[in-house]
Design a protein around this ligand. Structure first.
Ligand code: TYD
Length: 210
């Protein structure tokens, strides 16, 4: 089962993925955690290029290609082998991030992006995508306050950009409600975790009764 986590900056994806992985492992499930961009040696190199604050001249098309180059590598090297081995693969961001950020955020042609994503992933789609819902203002404030990681080039985009990304996510959710589940992530982390566990428990029951 391939599960992806999406959401605005500061939506708590990383924390929630860790909590969910612990829960799944306690249930005796095999779990593999990974994140985009990154997750492979090549992907981590690409991630450094993307986040570097000095790369002010990077244009959206370059960004799109780099994200998808990292994606091709992680799908081949990590995600498909994990799925073939029967693991539950939890991925921190996937193709929907490209549609949300490069598509809705920068206004790049979404049909073109979809073709590029298909090329990068070989058509792999998540079985379930959890949208960790925080309003962009709330998420950015959290991220700035926490400063757990450095403030990077991609965080520096304007609030108008982040609002367009957020609206884009909602459009995608509306278009494919079967695959998406929205989790209210303005709640405390343990509450968010319980909501995610409820979704997962139901999915696993459904899958096993097939
Ligand atoms: P990261 O520091 O991992 O942020 P987060 O913790 O919010 O995931 O940086 C990833 C950034 O890259 C984030 O701003 C979203 C952006 N991104 C895209 O713009 N397009 C993509 O395809 C992906 C995977 C991420």
């Amino acid at each position: 089962m391939f599960i992806t986590f999406e959401g605005p900056e500061g939506s708590g994806k990383t924390t929630q993925i860790r909590l969910l992985a612990d829960w799944l492992i306690a249930q005796g499930r095999g779990v593999l955690i990974t994140r985009e961009p990154g997750g492979t040696r090549i992907g981590n190199g690409i991630r450094a290029l993307l986040l570097d604050n000095d790369h002010t001249e990077m244009i959206p098309r370059t960004e799109t290609l780099l994200f998808n180059a990292a994606r091709a590598q992680i799908v081949h090297q990590v995600i498909r082998p994990g799925l073939e081995a029967g693991q539950i693969v939890l991925c921190d961001r996937f193709a929907d991030s490209t549609l949300a950020y490069q598509g809705y955020g920068y206004g790049q042609d979404r049909a073109e992006l979809a073709r590029l994503i298909h090329y990068a992933t070989g058509g792999l789609l998540p079985d379930l995508t959890l949208f960790l819902d925080v309003k962009p203002e709330v998420g950015l404030a959290r991220k700035q306050a926490g400063r757990a990681q450095e403030w990077n080039r991609l965080d520096a985009r304007t609030i108008a950009f982040h609002r367009a990304v957020y609206a884009g996510y909602w459009e995608m959710i509306g278009a494919d409600p079967e695959r998406w589940r929205v989790i209210d992530s303005e709640q405390p982390a343990p509450t968010v975790h319980q909501a995610i566990v409820a979704v997962l428990a139901e999915r696993l029951r459904m899958k096993e009764s097939l």
